[in-house]
Design a protein around this ligand. Structure first.
Ligand SMILES: [Zn+2]
Length: 89
C-alpha cells in the first residue's frame, strides 16, 4: 500500500480531499473510508445497491470529467465499484 495514495470514498468512489468531505462515525469522529454524502453518524445515508449507486454517479462523472460520456463512465465504475469496501463480497 502506498502511503500518499489518494483516498476515495469506499461507497461512491468520490475522491476524498478536504477534511469536511469525510463521513462521520457514531461518536462524531472522522470516518476515513466514506464521504460525507454516503456516511453520517456511523451509518450509510441511504440503503442502495451497487448498481443504483453507479446510476446515481453517472451524471456527475461523465461529460469529460473524468469520463467522456455516460457509457464509458458506467463501464469504468462497473469495474471499479466491486473493489470498494462497501461492495466487496
Ligand atoms: Zn461516498
Amino acid at each position: 500500500m502506498e502511503k500518499c495514495e489518494m483516498k476515495f470514498c469506499q461507497s461512491c468512489a468520490m475522491p476524498l480531499g478536504a477534511p469536511d468531505m469525510f463521513g462521520t462515525n457514531a461518536d462524531g469522529s472522522r470516518n476515513e473510508d466514506y464521504c460525507a454524502y454516503c456516511y453520517k453518524g456511523g451509518a450509510f445515508t441511504s440503503e442502495t445497491t451497487m448498481d443504483e449507486m453507479i446510476e446515481m454517479c453517472v451524471p456527475f462523472v461523465s461529460k469529460g470529467d473524468p469520463w467522456p460520456d455516460e457509457e464509458t463512465a458506467r463501464k469504468a465504475m462497473q469495474e471499479m465499484f466491486p473493489q470498494l469496501k462497501r461492495w466487496r463480497k
